[in-house]
Design a protein around this ligand. Structure first.
Ligand code: NAD
Ligand code: DAU
Length: 332
């Protein structure tokens, strides 16, 4: 298997590359990544050149994409602009990468008749009422709230149209909030941990009551590999690990694990259009592909994540000042 991974220098992409490298010893992996502010080649350190190749380029570049897709057997497409707050204050590059980039991948997949797995998010479904028991499933109607989720929804729709009209061999997954090592410090959990490590109070948007459904990133990797190997072509799979928590609960647990009083945080202004609650019904992937998450103890996963940020200051410190300067401008 010659596997092409787009966005493989980012958070989930690099965790996935390490996962596949470990579990599929006879596969060759090529990463195509533009190395935006969110990508770091260091995330891929330690991979042997006989099994791994890195190409720094843009998924919107037609000639590059055509060549790398022609040279592989299958593609897992992670590359995207991913941060909701950035999308609210500068949507243009989200349209470019998430929509135009996915279009270029699809055209190359169609031309060279390759297998594609498209990685998407639960945010395409909008949000759920905080006090309901409803969950997102594969049949939930799309209802995106932010420029980020609207562009991911657009990319999913393109994949579905290419499956139906051109019969490309593709699958889609819509996963909930990931946490774990290598996540950029702009995101909630790493931002809170690194603030605390620097002696600064972490920030809670609005009233802190918004709910996210957390999954340890290695469980997302095992789900994507299961779909790539066993998924039914043309199908969508929801990926989640029953990890619903309010932002306030997550922050209080982080503070407790880091030896701080549980109210040692600041409320800041809310995100415009802030989605209230996400929750995933993952019965289909469990029943049809036999996938189960391995990391179901959130507190344990959070403690391991805190340890990783404690031990990898050199990795995150260069991102921190610029990220906080952006937040300061937004009043968050
Ligand atoms: P990330 O922001 O950490 O990484 C994105 C990667 O894509 C970076 O390495 C970046 O350099 C690369 N990239 C961006 N634009 C590019 C371009 N034009 N050409 C080539 N490479 C480019 O993102 P992440 O959190 O790892 O998310 C990866 C994927 O998973 C995304 O498609 C995202 O929508 C999806 N997803 C994320 C989550 C989550 O909780 N983070 C949950 C569900 C789905
Ligand atoms: O659900 C999947 C999505 O999860 C992915 O598609 C996105 O790429 C990923 O960024 C994530 O989106 P969220 O907006 O849910 O993640 P974020 O880490 O930005 O924020 C999580 C929650 O925490 C959200 O309700 C906003 C809140 N928050 C965020 C920050 C940065 C805070 O309360 N304080 C903060 O400092």
């Amino acid at each position: 298997m010659r596997l092409l991974v787009t966005g493989g220098a980012g958070f989930i992409g690099s965790n996935f590359v390490h996962y596949v490298y470990k579990h599929c010893p006879d596969w060759h992996i090529t990463v195509l990544d533009k190395l935006t502010y969110a990508g770091d080649e260091k995330n891929l350190a330690g991979l042997e050149p006989n099994r791994f190749q890195f190409i720094k380029d843009d998924i919107c570049d037609e000639a590059t994409v055509d060549k790398v897709v022609a040279d592989c057997d299958a593609i897992v497409h992670f590359a995207a602009e991913t941060h909701v707050d950035n999308s609210l204050h500068g949507p243009d590059r989200f349209i470019y990468t998430n929509v135009v980039g996915t279009y270029q991948i699809l055209e190359a997949v169609r031309k060279h008749d390759k297998r594609l797995h498209h990685v998407s998010t639960d945010e395409v479904y909008g949000d759920l009422e905080p006090d309901s028991t409803e969950k997102f499933s594969e049949t939930t109607p799309y209802n995106p709230s932010s420029p980020y989720s609207a562009t991911k929804a657009a990319s999913d729709m393109l994949v579905r149209a290419w499956v139906r009209s051109y019969k490309i061999k593709a699958t889609i997954s819509n996963c909930s909030n990931n946490y774990g090592p290598y996540q950029h410090v702009e995101k909630f959990i790493p931002r809170a941990i690194t603030n605390i490590l620097l002696g600064q109070k972490p920030k809670l948007y609005g009233k802190g009551l918004n709910i996210r459904d957390w999954i340890y990133t290695e469980d997302h990797s095992s789900a994507v590999l299961a779909i790539l190997e066993k998924g039914k072509l043309g199908e969508t799979y929801m990926v989640g690990a029953n990890g619903e928590k309010s932002n306030q609960e997550v922050l209080e647990m982080t503070l407790e694990l880091m030896g701080k009083p549980k109210d040692w945080y600041e409320f800041v202004s809310d995100r415009p259009g802030h989605d209230l609650r996400y929750a995933i019904d993952a019965r289909k992937i469990r029943a049809e592909l036999g996938w189960t998450p391995a990391y179901t103890d959130f507190k344990k996963g959070l403690a391991a994540t805190i340890e990783w940020y404690k031990n990898n200051r050199d990795w995150w410190q260069p991102q921190k000042a610029e990220t906080e300067a952006k937040y300061k401008e937004l009043g968050r």
